[in-house]
Ligand binder design. Sequence first.
Ligand code: FE2
Length: 313
Amino acid sequence: MRINTLPTQIASDDSVNTTASTEAIRFQAPPGGRLSPAMGAAFQRDGFLILEDFITPGTCEALIERAGELLAGFSPDTVTVFSTRSQVHKSDDYFLQSGDKIRFFFEEDAFDEAGRLRQARVLSINKIGHALHDLDPVFEASSRTPALATLAAGLGLHEPRLLQSMYIFKQPWIGGEVNCHQDATFLYTEPQSCVGFWFALEDATLENGCLHAIPGRQPLRQRFRRTPGGLVMEDLPHEPWPEIEPIPLEVPRGSLVVLDGLLPHLSGPNHSPRSRHAYTLHLIDGRAHYPADNWLQRAPDLPLRGFEGAVCP
Ligand code: FE2
């Protein structure tokens, strides 16, 4: 079902505008992932790009169903709560070792004072991460497609590497907010090369906690690093965020939102009765330096890969 609260503005191919957007501009997904000049210009200008109908309803359903299967097969003898507000994890080892695994992270408000889940597990999970794209065949098939390979090339990723994947549930009633951040804080390369692909598997609206962004790129203001004493969020010299209201990126299911690693973005809590499932994939350029103090590290037997072998799902 399409949501009807969206502004109807769909940009045309020739609507190149160099002024930062004050509302979310949407494009129909280009055939084969080939960006038009207007799409490329929008991404360069805004640091984000909305491509509607990039994936089919069938793909959305397949990913939702697969996430449900993975969750059903999970034995929660070890659980980690993911604080969306501070973006830290209360069980560092479980999190730190998840870069090349499929692991499960719960909502901050999912547990009562006694540590028991307040509601069913399927309604308590925050996300699954962080190597779904390499370890699960269903997610891999949707992560390595010719259209995404073409899109990555069009975005300037000469040697794309699929670094991180997350399935985000944004549960009804308890889905936590995510504070304003830049993805390069968590996936840092020199030079910056991180790009996020955010797939709406369900309609994302103001009510159920859609993305918001401050259009444009800002200097990186924090780094999330491994240190001998544990994970730290290190402040870098920075100015305050621009004093403009973040704009909502409401999108219908099937949309792909491309996010530059330096784009400030956030999402609100979900206090609605509807979930807001999303699948995210983060890429870096293999030519950039990936420091060993990034939180996400991979075992040598699971090296980063690009789109080799991409096939249509
Ligand atoms: Fe993010």
